[in-house]
Design a protein around this ligand. Structure first.
Ligand code: TRP
Length: 332
C-alpha cells in the first residue's frame, strides 16, 4: 500500500487544469488500495496579499469540489491543512534543517517575490519558508508519492533533501518521498498563452476555463482559444504548434483518445474547437451538478473535513512527535 499526499491552495477558483491534472488523477488513485490524503492547503494561501473573506470562501469551495470531483471520503482522507497542527509543528523543525540559501534558490520564490516587490507589496517571510511548510505537509504523513505538476517538482525535491538530511543527522525518522507527474495529456495550458500552464492564481484570464464556469462561458473561451499561425492544418506538435496541441490534449484527456490520432479527424480549427468545447462542457457537467448539491449542504462537507482532520492527526502525530524527540526536545 502506497501512501500518497497532495494538496491544492485556495488562492483562486479551480480550473480545468486542476481537474484534469490533479483532481481526476487523484480520483483514479483513490480507486487503488492506497492510503491517500488530499488536503486544502489553506495556510499556503496566506503567503501573498490575501483577503480573509475570499480565502474562507475559496477554502470551502475547494473542499466541496474535492467531493464533487468524486473523491470518496471513505476511501481517502480529505481535510483542511489548518485543522491539523502537526503541519506547523513540523514546519519549525524543518526550518531548523533547511538553509536560507536553499530557500532563496527556489524558482517559485524568485518569481513570486519579484512580482510582490514590483507591485509595491512587501514580500512575506512565509513566501520564503513556504517550501518548508510544504515539506512538512508531505513528511508528517510518511508520504511515499506526491502527485503534483511539473512546477512543484523542485519543492518535492527539497522535501526529499530535508528528509534525508534529518534522518542522517538525527536518526531514521522520515520516509523519503518522490514526486509523480501526471501524463502529458493531463497538463492543460492557458488557451490564450499555450506555453504557460492554465493557472488559477493569475486572475480571471480569458484563456482559463474554471471548473464552475457556465457552459456558455466555457464555449466562448474555447472558441476564442489562440491557434497557431501558418497553414499546417490540424497537426499535433507541442513545440511548433502549442495552441492546437493544447486543444488536442484537452480533447484527448476528455474523451480518452490519443491527441496525434485525433488530429487526423480534423481539417479545420473551427470543428476542433467545437468538439473540444462540447467535450469540456460534458466532462464538467456532472461535477458542477454534484457541486451544486453539496454547496447546498455545507454541514455535510464540514463533517467530512472534521472526520478527515481527525484521521490525518492520528497519522501525523506519532511521526511529528518522533521528530521532536530525535532533534533533541524533551518529552513534555
Ligand atoms: N505548493 C503546491 C502548489 O502550489 C500546493 C501544496 C502545498 C502541495 N503543500 C503540498 C502539493 C504538499 C503537494 C504536497 O500547487
Amino acid at each position: 500500500m502506497t501512501r500518497i499526499f497532495s494538496g491544492i491552495k485556495p488562492t483562486g477558483h479551480l480550473t480545468l487544469g486542476n481537474y484534469l491534472g490533479a483532481l481526476r488523477q487523484w480520483v483514479a488513485a483513490d480507486q487503488r488500495p492506497d492510503e491517500a490524503l488530499f488536503c486544502v492547503v489553506d495556510l499556503h494561501a496566506l503567503t501573498v496579499e490575501h483577503d480573509p473573506a475570499r480565502v474562507r470562501r475559496l477554502s470551502r469551495q475547494v473542499a466541496t469540489l474535492f467531493l464533487a470531483s468524486g473523491l470518496d471520503p471513505d476511501k481517502c482522507t480529505l481535510f483542511m491543512q489548518s485543522h491539523v497542527d502537526e503541519h506547523t509543528r513540523l514546519s519549525y523543525l524543518l526550518e531548523c534543517t533547511a538553509t536560507d540559501g536553499e530557500m532563496r534558490r527556489m524558482i517559485q520564490y524568485k518569481e513570486k517575490s519579484a512580482r510582490a516587490q514590483a507591485s509595491g507589496e512587501g514580500v512575506r517571510l512565509s513566501l520564503l519558508t513556504y517550501p518548508v511548510l510544504m515539506a512538512a505537509d508531505i513528511l508528517a504523513y510518511g508520504t511515499e508519492e506526491v502527485p503534483v505538476g511539473e512546477d512543484q517538482r523542485q519543492h518535492v525535491e527539497l522535501a526529499r533533501d530535508l528528509a534525508v538530511r534529518f534522518n542522517q543527522r538525527y536518526g531514521q525518522t522520515f520516509t523519503v518521498p518522490k514526486a509523480t507527474l501526471p501524463d502529458v495529456a493531463a497538463r492543460v495550458m492557458d488557451l490564450q498563452e499555450p506555453t504557460s500552464k492554465m493557472g488559477k492564481s493569475g486572475g480571471p484570464g480569458p484563456g482559463v476555463v474554471f471548473m464552475l464556469d457556465e457552459p456558455g462561458v466555457i464555449r466562448k473561451k474555447v472558441m476564442r482559444a489562440v491557434t497557431d499561425s501558418g497553414d499546417g492544418g490540424v497537426v499535433y506538435d507541442r513545440e511548433a504548434r502549442p495552441g492546437v496541441a493544447n486543444l488536442l490534449d484537452v480533447l484527448a484527456a476528455c474523451t480518452g483518445g490519443d491527441p496525434a490520432a485525433l488530429a487526423e479527424g480534423y481539417s479545420g480549427y473551427g470543428a476542433l474547437k467545437r468538439d473540444v468545447a462540447d467535450a469540456v462542457v460534458e466532462l464538467l457537467r456532472p461535477v458542477q451538478e454534484r457541486h451544486a448539491e453539496l454547496a447546498a449542504e455545507p454541514a455535510a462537507v464540514e463533517k467530512v473535513l472534521r472526520v478527515g482532520a481527525g484521521r490525518a492527526r492520528d497519522l501525523a502525530r506519532p511521526i511529528v512527535d518522533r521528530a521532536y524527540r530525535a532533534i533533541g526536545l524533551l518529552e513534555p
